[in-house]
Design a protein around this ligand. Structure first.
Ligand code: FES
Length: 106
């Protein structure tokens, strides 16, 4: 059993579960897009467009941002300590129960 559940906190306050496999090397962005969340991901997951950014709500220990992700986050007008690029979050069993909020679409 290698599927995990991640949760998307909707603006309404509702949490929706998204099932995600961890044995395919998918990123959180790919899974959210496949679940029809409105993520443009115009750079295709290269940490260049920031349209995939999320706020991490749960207290999961994520790997620190790579240099590329860090530069991109630093260049955004509004970020917080919990902002991440979902294309740079590789799904693994430790992320079961992760809760994220999608950044508002600009
Ligand atoms: S998809 Fe472009 S930064 Fe994540």
């Amino acid at each position: 059993m290698s599927d995990i559940k991640v949760y998307v906190l909707e603006p309404s306050g509702e949490k929706n579960a998204v099932e995600a496999p961890t044995d395919m090397g998918l990123s959180l962005m790919e899974v959210l897009k496949a679940s029809d969340y409105p993520i443009a991901a115009t750079c295709g997951g290269m940490a260049l467009c920031a349209t995939c950014r999320v706020e991490v709500i749960s207290d999961h220990e994520l790997l620190p941002p790579s240099d590329d992700e860090g530069y991109m986050l630093d260049s955004l007008p509004v970020v917080s300590d919990t902002s991440r690029l979902s294309c740079q979050i590789r799904l693994n069993p430790d992320l079961d129960g992760l809760v994220v909020k999608l950044a508002p679409i600009d």
